[in-house]
Design a protein. Structure first.
Length: 120
């Protein structure tokens, strides 16, 4: 995460001053950041999901994951081969994202994801 933080706060990568150009490597750097963040989310699901359940944060995690996956797919930011390890969860969460599940992530999709992750 520190490498992501370093990139995100780097004025040469993400300029905040008007008129300052983004670097030529901007797209590849954003893809690198998204790849790292995907791996962080996968780690949270695989190693810390019980804690998110205990803290009742799983709905928020599922919502974050769903939005992140839809974003990286929309803009082709992570190679689909990189995300295959989470395809089962992605299918559960994203297939129900447009079917009227509750907006806070605590609808049926969360229950399905909860059961899915526990089975691993």
């Amino acid at each position: 995460m520190s490498s992501v933080q370093k990139l995100v706060t780097d004025e040469d990568v993400f300029p905040t001053k008007y008129g300052k150009e983004f670097p030529n490597s901007f797209e590849s750097l954003v893809k690198k950041i998204c790849k790292y963040l995907f791996h962080v989310l996968a780690h949270i699901y695989s190693s810390h999901f019980k804690e998110t359940l205990a803290l009742e944060l799983h709905g928020h995690l599922n919502t974050l994951y769903t939005h992140f996956i839809l974003f990286i797919r929309e803009f082709n930011l992570v190679d689909p081969k990189e995300t295959t390890i989470m395809d089962d969860l992605t299918e559960i969460l994203c297939s129900s994202s447009g079917s009227g599940s509750s907006s806070n992530g605590s609808g049926n999709s969360s229950a399905g994801a909860q059961n899915h992750v526990k089975e691993r």
